[in-house]
Design a protein around this ligand. Structure first.
Ligand code: O7M
Length: 249
């Protein structure tokens, strides 16, 4: 199954749009692993994918993440997304993407700012043979993101904000989804207009960063990336249930 088939199937099965951001921290690797696995078991029926970022890879090492978390995710039929935010020249982008895909990740996150030629081209090349996914960051959730993503740049048809240009590139390059902060529902709706109904929009920034799950979905988000509102809650399972926004039938 491709990444897209896996996430749509899990979303329908668990009636959830939640991508769990597994961002737990602990200086002791074995405690970090236990906490991560416990969390996963308690929310597995209420999420549709798992996002892992570099802080977990730094804490546990890629091999341990592959042997424990990715293996468990596969057993639970939940796809895994590596939040690498790739943004380098082609050969290192390609190496990093291949390494994560070989370890078992179903999708990877990259920043489109590096451009196509000898930049993102290698990430898309690495994704192709195994039906892996590439998700591109087009507008971040933090307040400082406005400094750059809203800057206007001259195009053939006049000045356009950077985030709109990045979104057009995501379509052109056939990305499997774009990432737009849930803290910016207006931007989500503009991007939804630009990409049409089919390209998934992933929205982080729910709860701890001030975004609201239902508002983001109403604005056009397809999936919600949620971390602290679940794992830092006194009852992660109840929070995962409470934050669940069901996919349309
Ligand atoms: O729900 P939180 O705030 O605890 O965590 C949000 C997660 O989403 C965390 O894993 C961040 O790395 C990620 N994220 C953002 O918070 N904002 C962004 O603009 C982009 C991301 C992200 O997932 O980028 C790929």
């Amino acid at each position: 199954m491709s990444f897209e088939e896996k996430i749509t199937t899990a979303s329908a099965r668990n009636q959830s749009r939640t991508v769990l951001a597994l961002d737990l921290e602990d200086p002791d690797p074995s405690r970090l692993l236990t906490k991560s696995m416990d969390l996963l078991q308690s929310v597995k029926d209420f999420i549709c994918a798992i996002k892992i970022n570099r802080q977990l890879i730094l804490g546990l090492g890629l091999r341990d993440v592959a042997d424990s978390i990715i293996k468990t995710a596969n057993d639970l039929s939940l796809p895994t997304i590596m939040d690498a935010k790739l943004n380098d020249v082609g050969h290192t982008n390609g190496f990093i993407a291949r390494t994560y895909f070989d370890a078992g990740f179903d999708a990877i996150i990259a920043s489109p700012i590096a451009g196509w030629k000898d930049g993102l081209d290698r990430v898309f090349e690495a994704a192709k043979p195994g039906k892996k996914g590439v998700l591109l960051l087009t507008y971040m959730s933090n307040p400082g993101a406005e400094e750059f993503y809203s800057l206007k740049a001259d195009q053939m048809d006049g000045p356009r904000p950077l985030f709109e240009i990045l979104t057009s590139r995501a379509l052109e390059w056939k990305a499997n989804g774009i990432i737009v902060g849930a803290t910016r529902p207006k931007i989500i709706s503009i991007e939804r207009e630009l990409v049409g109904p089919d390209l998934p929009i992933y929205s982080p920034g729910i709860g701890a960063q001030g975004g609201d799950a239902k508002t983001a979905v109403e604005a056009g988000a397809s999936y919600l990336i949620i971390g602290r509102a679940i794992y830092a809650s006194p009852d992660p399972k109840a929070s995962a249930i409470g934050l669940r926004v069901k996919p349309e039938l």
